[in-house]
Design a protein around this ligand. Structure first.
Ligand code: SAM
Ligand code: ZN
Length: 172
């Protein structure tokens, strides 16, 4: 089967100290270089919650208020997963809604992590295990609204969140 997602040949999936398996650089990666592109099917939140997550676990990336990209079968799961864990000191971010790029130069061997604040608009609270000195400890699905994170990740939010942030700031 053709892979649904793209992972740069400069990456590999292996065990992570953050959680389960993670995505790692196997060579130096330059700032703004493409690290991965998420592929799969497009489903709404109801389908994600009722039909996908119970069977396949956390496999999605959010691409709009009510739209997510997911694998839909166990067979597709492996070829759609990127294995990028969350870190509060992330080194990859978004270009558009499905493309992950390096936010700084990354050295071979580093784990490639994104911050869910850059992709998610949801209602969850999750305990973070990233271990970064600046760890927020509790992550929420509304972290994209934090002005410190908006500054930190400017230019690397998912396009749909960048539009929301711009609209909120215009109204201020
Ligand atoms: C798409 S998976 C990432 C790959 C995952 N490590 C694996 O082996 O399948 C996302 C899940 O990883 C876990 N995870 C990732 N980063 C985390 C973090 N910083 N703190 C706690 N759990 C995390 C959570 O269970 C989350 O739902
Ligand atoms: Zn953290």
């Amino acid at each position: 089967m053709m892979r649904l997602s793209y992972r740069s040949p400069k990456t590999e999936v292996r065990e992570s100290k953050i959680h389960g398996r993670g995505l790692f650089a196997t060579a130096d990666i330059a700032k703004d270089e493409i690290v991965a592109v998420k592929g799969g099917h497009i489903v709404d939140r109801k389908t994600l919650r009722e039909k996908i997550t119970p069977r396949l676990g956390p496999v999605e990336i959010q691409i709009d208020d009510d739209l997510f990209i997911v694998p839909v079968t166990q067979e597709e799961r492996e070829s759609s997963m990127l294995y990028s864990n969350h870190s509060c000191d992330a080194n990859i971010g978004m270009r558009g809604e499905i493309t992950f790029v390096a936010m700084r130069n990354v050295r071979s061997g580093e784990e490639l992590t994104h911050d869910w604040a850059m992709t998610d608009d949801d209602d969850y609270f999750v305990e973070c295990k990233c271990g970064a000195p600046n760890c927020r400890k509790i992550l929420t699905g509304k972290d994209w609204q934090r002005s410190d994170l908006q500054k930190r990740y400017a230019g690397y939010f998912s396009a749909y969140l960048a539009r929301k942030i711009a609209m909120v700031n215009i109204r201020r």
